[in-house]
Design a protein around this ligand. Structure first.
Ligand code: GDP
Ligand code: MN
Length: 507
């Protein structure tokens, strides 16, 4: 792979000399992610930074949580900016793919904002979508009170976790089912007692399940028919697509596999918006008849408008049901959001429930660091997602396995470097640390000062291999060598990988 890149690169180098110059060694780091296509639409004329590579924002690095063996990809696009940082001078498109890289990426617990059902339903009802009346409770007693207050003929009690499949899940308390129907408020209290504080394991959670902190107590409605409806951003349609099936409620994946003809799609032109005819056709395909057809179409349009308004990447309603009384109701809801829209969806992002995150990810986020846990023993301390993947690749190529990577990002401060080291060394799997920093926006001297301070204060016990390149690198090297600390320095990425793998093997 490495060789392939070396051979391919000169043929495109001519067309983007400026990029080559401004990236210096940087190109090589990125290029090491095995297959690298660089297509400059217009070559830039002045020094620039590549926004698409400096973090997750422009460089899409994705894998669903607990994705197991799902195919994953890495792709990125970024605007090339001049030094002032605000003027777009060209566009580059990057396609990165790698057997080894993807292996590392597959393990990435990248987490998009994902709201709990009760939060999604609140957004829905605020936007005219029909959901059941409900309360949220975080103790059995509160659940009992809520059930009484609902004053409903029948009550549905639902454990709130981010994963689906709750209906068929099992609690660590022994209770079966994360969704229960009852007419008796007392029973709500008893069931909630066996839910809150226990783990609920479903098809979509890790084996040990996810801890339940809250339950939803809602007015149950009779369901005469369950359909499936989702709106998602679909790359192959270049925009939003409506997906529906008259056979909802159950696993939609099974329907898709056994009865693909029962899955209906409507591609939506994001500029024109959803057309009445599309909403009507979907309602009909879902099997809504008579006056229910118009009602369903109206709900579909409202769901689409919500999808756009809140910058969702997915709104999934399963079941999208019908009641014997002739109402179309969203009985379950799952909404995912585009993380890049955080700046204009502050209220929604403020609802982020991080309790289902890895604690270490939360700790890293506090200091504006991105931590990704992997399962090897070499900690990678890097800046930029591209460099992180290249570093993981080259560790693999040299026979090692990364334990994690911690992305410092740009504009880093000394205190962050210290915190980053604290996080990395807290992981008991870590047997060596590889620092691989390319100083573009980042000043290497700041990193070097942070490293020496961290090593002294944390009494670092594992071997540390440092490879710094770029802005202020000589000063940084002086700082490290004058520190008297047992730091192994490396001349390049390959050397760094070899030395860190060797330091682990020696132990
Ligand atoms: P999931 O299993 O995590 O997808 O949770 P859902 O909210 O979809 O609930 C699972 C199942 O419980 C649904 O498919 C419905 O069949 C049933 N259910 C949920 N709410 C109600 C309700 O208000 N009334 C009735 N009769 N069934 C419900
Ligand atoms: Mn459901």
């Amino acid at each position: 792979m490495y060789k392939l890149m070396l051979e391919t690169w000169p043929s495109i180098r001519g067309s983007c000399v400026q990029l080559w110059d401004l990236w210096g060694g940087g190109v090589w780091h990125v290029g090491l992610v095995s297959l690298f296509l660089l297509l400059p639409v217009s070559p830039c004329a002045r020094p620039a930074s590549i926004s698409g590579l400096s973090g997750y924002q422009g460089c899409d690095l994705w894998a669903p949580r607990n994705s197991g063996g799902l195919p994953c990809g890495v792709s990125g696009g970024g605007a090339v900016r001049d030094e002032a940082g605000d003027q777009s001078r060209g566009t580059i498109l990057l396609i990165l793919a790698s057997g080894i890289g993807v292996k590392a990426v597959q393990l990435t617990p990248r987490r998009w904002l994902n709201l709990q059902e009760y939060q999604s339903k609140k957004l829905m009802s605020d936007n005219g979508v029909k959901v059941q009346r409900f309360f949220v409770a975080d103790s059995a007693n509160e659940a009992l009170e809520a059930a009484k207050r609902l004053n409903a003929k029948e009550i549905v009690l639902k454990a709130q976790i981010l994963a689906g499949g709750r209906g068929k899940g099992v609690f660590s308390s022994g209770l079966k089912g994360g969704v229960h129907l009852t007419k008796d408020p007392q029973v709500v209290g008893q069931l909630a007692k066996q839910m809150i504080g226990y783990n609920l394991a479903t098809k979509q959670t890790p084996k040990e399940g996810v801890k339940v902190n809250k339950v939803m107590v809602a007015e149950a409605l009779d369901i005469s028919r369950e359909t499936y409806l989702a709106i998602l951003m679909d790359q192959s349609c270049n925009g939003p697509v409506l997906v529906g099936s008259p056979q909802g409620g159950v696993d939609i994946e099974e329907v898709a596999a056994s009865n693909p003809e029962l899955i209906f799609k409507e591609e939506i032109d994001i500029i024109e918006g959803i057309k009445d005819s599309q909403a009507q056709r979907m309602a009909e395909n879902l099997g809504f008849l008579g006056p229910l057809k118009n009602q369903a179409a109206d709900q579909i349009k409202k769901l689409y408008n919500l999808f756009l308004k809140i910058d969702a990447t997915q709104v999934e309603v399963n079941p999208f049901g019908e009641t014997p009384g002739g109402q179309v109701v969203c009985f379950d809801a799952k909404i995912n959001f585009d993380d890049n829209a955080e700046f204009r969806q502050k209220d929604i992002f403020a609802m982020d429930d991080k309790s289902e995150n890895e604690p270490i990810e939360n700790e890293a986020a506090k200091y504006d660091l991105k931590y990704i846990g992997l399962d090897g023993n070499i900690a990678c301390f890097v800046n930029g997602a591209g460099l992180a993947m290249a570093t993981c690749d080259i560790i693999f190529l040299n026979g090692g396995k990364p334990a994690n990577f911690l992305d410092l990002g740009g504009g880093v401060k000394e205190a962050q470097v210290y915190q980053a080291f604290k996080l990395l060394t807290a992981d008991p799997k870590v047997e060596a640390i590889l620092v691989n920093i390319f100083g573009g926006i980042v000043n290497c001297a700041i990193i070097a000062n942070g490293i020496t301070k961290a090593c002294q204060e944390l009494e670092l016990k594992v071997p540390l291999v440092v490879r710094l390149e770029g802005t202020n690198v000589h000063e940084a090297q002086n700082i490290l060598s004058n520190s008297g600390l047992p730091i192994t320095s490396a001349v390049d990425l390959e050397d760094a990988a070899k030395k860190s793998v060797a330091s682990v093997a020696k132990k």
